[in-house]
Design a protein around this ligand. Structure first.
Ligand SMILES: [Zn+2]
Length: 256
């Protein structure tokens, strides 16, 4: 980094860095943020500070968004890009937080061109150029059991959407193989669907079997929250995620 950039960065951080007590609370509360080294915590705090400066996190339906909530969301979102860059979240500005599951109307066209209107209650939603939408009831720390994390889930969709459609393939790095990614994810996806069709219990949330985009988002939750489970169930997916996120949460949590 050249001297001018470093100077700008220091100046920005002096003015906008997340205050330490708020930061430590966020780190202590979120399961996925455990085991980070001192250097990683520093890097994450800087990314989250910049995230909060660039994005607005607003409440819907009368929800008052507190600084604790903002920092919690920013820290977990930025865990995904800890070894990538904040520009992976470019192209949109807003995070909307509902107090509870929110109802959305969707219109879908089937192959015959018929429009189907559906109404569903969601705990989160992410669109290509639009906001990330979260239900605080589901996104607050401790809301879900180990392995489940609505914040990681929705922001993983944002990464997937970077190269167009939500299809379970984010923009891979130059040193990564597209066929290896597809093979790892597709065979795991087929395996999960087969197990569910046979009525087997799976430790992976069955929602992952919905489509490849949900598979990527749900397994990203597992990768950061319960890396051992993903490593043991689908080691090739774990390896592919390790290359994409440039992190090894299993190693991190073992060293805790
Ligand atoms: Zn989803």
């Amino acid at each position: 980094m050249n001297r001018l950039r470093r100077w700008w960065r220091q100046r920005f951080l002096r003015k906008h860095r997340i205050p330490l007590p708020l930061w430590e609370t966020a780190l202590a509360q979120a399961r996925a943020l455990r085991g980070l080294s001192a250097g990683e915590r520093r890097r994450l705090r800087e990314l989250a500070s910049r995230f909060l400066h660039e994005k607005s996190i607003v409440g819907a339906q009368g929800l008052a968004v507190t600084d604790e909530m903002r920092v919690s969301i920013a820290a977990q979102a930025c865990l995904l890009i800890l070894y990538l860059d904040l520009d992976y979240f470019d192209g949109w500005r807003e995070v909307i937080v509902y107090p509870d599951a929110f109802v959305v109307d969707h219109e879908e066209h089937d192959e015959a061109g018929v429009v189907h209107k559906t109404r569903r209650a969601l705990d989160g939603e992410a669109w290509g150029q639009g906001p990330v939408i979260l239900s605080w009831q589901d996104a607050r720390p401790g809301a879900r059991g180990p392995g489940s994390n609505v914040v990681l889930h929705e922001f993983a969709h944002k990464l997937d959407l970077l190269n167009g459609s939500a299809n379970g393939m984010p923009p891979l790095h130059a040193d990564m193989s597209h066929p290896a990614w597809t093979e790892a994810l597709a065979s795991a996806y087929d395996d999960l669907n087969r197990r569910l069709d046979r009525g087997h219990h799976t430790a992976i949330d069955p929602y992952a079997a919905e489509n490849p985009a949900e598979f990527f988002a749900v397994l990203t939750e597992n990768f950061f929250e319960v890396p051992q489970l993903l490593y043991e169930t689908y080691p090739k997916v774990y390896e592919a995620f390790k290359q994409f996120y440039r992190q090894d949460p299993l190693l991190r949590m073992r060293g805790e």
